[in-house]
Design a binder for this molecule. Structure first.
Ligand code: NDP
Length: 411
């Protein structure tokens, strides 16, 4: 039995992971789940799946969770699940000895600390939380190597690339014979909108992705194409490739999840229905294959697969991310922090859609750059960039606004 921990279990990836794991009770045992403050959903998951541990980052929410579960003052409870709470709770469950595989599915920089803990503890690390890799890339890959972790990508594109790479690929090293990677993008809900229409887009329109059902932050990132930019940075790190060897291709149907072109002219692509349970099942079972519950692909019904280049004038975030990938060092961390603040402000109706790119551009232009020497460097660049983004958006009201900063990380 393989022990599983799901960090971010109340989110879109977390719920898909629970679904796949529950299909294979002979193979997987759910050891731990964790989230931030969604007490109602976590309580439901505890009652349904009976994990040994459940963690909430928010301590106040954990008090409510204990009340909901009927934990008495003497510690006895209707459930045998142990409740952990506070900033260290998710890190703790990521490193439990009973846990073999960790699904890192917390959204944003808030996932950095627990993803790193799983890497250092040498787990099979199913990485959905791309932001932690973008922020601390070289340190993260070093933690994977030093901890002896097995890093498997969950992003459908990187999982597809992984499946199309030579079978002996070692994540983080450049595979031989590869000419380039074709990173596909649906183009999001505004793919065919005019710039004028996009300027007036609402949060509801931005999160209504045409092909995928996802959390709010990644849905907005998909609409700006920042998601593709973050994925480009992620692909460089995972597959040891420079940014110029990764081409972004718009593919509205989201059937071809990405492709690898080899020196001999072969192009290997991975296809499937747009459902995250496929990459989740792949990474859970690799190198085996297990059922995931997805609808099988019917190519005759699909009929068309279209491809075209993205429009850089409409989607400036992609170019900003490509520049950060080329610059390296702390540039991706700066980009990521500014993006998280700008996206949250857009979702809170404090910023219009096109201003997301403007805020990021301003913060990146003011950043001092520098290399990723230590985790403190990353956290300092992250905090400074969040503050600059808030100042750019809110002016003197900036100090009263916060958006998902990673908690202080202990080395
Ligand atoms: P959701 O918004 O649906 O879920 C986010 C999860 O993170 C929730 O469980 C939430 O808990 C938890 N969380 C948020 N903030 C904190 C915090 N400070 N501390 C601890 N937990 C926290 O996100 P998604 O599932 O869509 O995305 C998760 C990650 O996976 C992202 O990095 C995204 O880029 C990546 N990804 C997602 C895909 C998708 O299809 N959804 C596809 C590919 C990658 P709570 O509910 O309590 O707030």
């Amino acid at each position: 039995m393989i022990g599983i921990a799901i960090l971010g279990s109340t989110g879109s990836i977390g719920e898909s992971t629970l679904d796949v794991v529950a299909r294979h009770p002979d193979r997987y045992r759910l050891v731990a789940i964790g989230a931030n403050r969604n007490v109602t959903k976590l309580a439901e998951q505890i009652s349904r799946y009976h994990p040994a541990y459940a963690a909430l980052a928010d301590e106040t929410a954990a008090v409510e969770l204990r009340r909901l579960l009927g934990t008495a003052t003497n510690g006895s409870s209707a459930t045998r699940t142990r409740i952990l709470a506070g900033p260290d709770a998710l890190t703790e469950i990521a490193a439990l000895s009973e846990v073999d595989a960790v699904m890192a599915a917390i959204v944003g920089g808030a996932g950095l600390r627990s993803s790193l803990a799983a890497a250092r503890a040498g787990k099979r690390l199913l990485l959905a939380n791309k932001e932690s890799l973008v922020m601390a890339g070289p340190l993260f890959m070093e933690a994977v190597r030093a901890g002896g972790a097995t890093l498997l990508p969950i992003d459908s594109e990187h999982n597809a690339i992984f499946q199309c790479m030579p079978h002996n690929i070692r994540v983080g090293t450049t595979p031989s014979g590869v000419r380039r990677v074709l990173l596909t993008a649906s183009g999001g809900p505004f793919r065919d909108w005019t710039r004028e229409a996009i300027a007036a887009a609402t949060p509801e329109q931005a999160v209504a992705h045409p092909n995928w059902v996802m959390g709010r932050k990644i849905s907005v990132d998909s609409a700006t194409l920042m998601n593709k930019g973050l994925e480009l940075i992620e692909a460089c790190l995972l597959f040891g490739l420079p940014p110029q060897q990764i081409e972004v291709v718009l593919h509205p149907q989201s059937i071809v999840h990405s492709a690898v072109e080899y020196l001999d002219g072969s192009v290997l692509a991975q296809l499937g229905s747009p459902d995250m349970r496929t990459p989740i099942a792949h990474a859970l079972a690799w190198p085996d294959r297990i059922a995931s519950g997805v609808e099988f692909l019917d190519l005759v019904r699909t009929a068309r697969l279209d491809f075209r280049a993205p429009d850089p004038d409409k989607f400036r975030c992609l170019a900003l991310a490509q520049a950060a990938a080329r610059a390296g060092g702390l540039a991706p961390a700066v980009l990521n922090a500014a993006n998280e603040v700008a996206v949250q402000a857009f979702l809170d109706r404090q910023l219009n859609f096109l201003e997301i790119a403007t805020v990021i551009e301003t913060v990146v232009a003011r950043s001092g750059g520098g290399g990723v020497g230590s985790l403190e460097d990353v956290l300092a660049a992250d905090a400074e960039s969040r503050q600059r983004a808030r100042e750019r958006i809110f002016g003197s009201r900036a100090s009263s606004y916060s958006a998902g900063a990673p908690q202080q990380v202990r080395q």
